[in-house]
Design a protein around this ligand. Structure first.
Ligand SMILES: N[C@@H](CCC(=O)N[C@@H](CS)C(=O)NCC(=O)O)C(=O)O
Length: 208
């Protein structure tokens, strides 16, 4: 099995899961700055020219959510509840909520503060971050309310929904995301970081 990745939040979910489940895979970093994902051989695998991409025998799969589900099925892990339809619905609700509401609310802070610094893309655009703060307040309140009395987002245990929702929010302090007023959300994020594979997901460097 091969997994193509870059140092960014969607591949981070997949790399953390690979490590957490002890899956054997060849992890191949792509040079995003050199445009490696725009090359024809990579584009043939992933026409979006993004990471992650998984190749498992004849299966070529992109979208980190689908890749996480595939890895769980292959490893027999209930982080994706393949044999429990009601739990699947519960996890799917949060995966969809992430992609439609939570990620778009927090991605400006993640991009402006984390990605720009990582890839040397210049100064953060304060206005871009300020423009998202109303949405952050709205959706952080939803997640915080849900996490009151819960340690995980779905099914009362760790699932791929936790990795999905936390992949940008894990950087909330460095990214200045205004999440301090949401104690249950902060407790959940601080709890996840005690999972070794979540705290250190990268094959080639320490830290989150
Ligand atoms: N929805 C996709 C997102 C893929 C994506 O946007 N990947 C980003 C990194 S988080 C990427 O490859 N960016 C590099 C680029 O756009 O050139 C997934 O979950 O896999």
């Amino acid at each position: 099995m091969k997994i193509y990745w870059i140092h960014a939040q969607a591949p981070r979910r997949v790399l953390a899961l690979v490590k957490h489940l002890g899956i054997e895979a060849e992890l191949i970093e792509q040079d995003v700055v050199a445009g490696q994902m725009q090359r024809p051989d990579y584009t043939a695998l992933n026409p979006n020219q993004k990471a992650p991409t998984l190749v498992d025998g004849d299966l070529v799969l992109w979208e980190s959510t689908a890749i996480m589900a595939h890895l769980c099925i292959r490893a027999g892990s209930d982080l994706w509840p393949a044999h429990a339809p009601a739990e699947q619905v519960e996890v799917l609700r949060w995966l969809a909520w992430n992609d439609c509401h939570w990620a778009p609310a927090i991605d400006a802070h993640y991009f402006e503060r984390i990605v720009k610094a990582r890839f040397d893309l210049g100064e953060p655009d304060q206005e871009a971050m300020r423009g998202r703060e109303a949405d952050i307040a709205k959706y952080a309140a939803v997640l915080d309310g849900h996490l009151r009395g819960r340690d995980y987002v779905a099914c009362g245990r760790l699932t791929i929904a936790d990795f999905q929702l936390a992949s940008m929010a894990v950087y909330w302090r460095e990214a200045d995301m205004p999440l301090q007023p949401y104690p249950h959300l902060v407790r959940w994020l601080d709890g996840l970081i005690r999972i070794p594979a979540w705290a250190e997901p990268w094959p080639d460097r320490p830290g989150p």
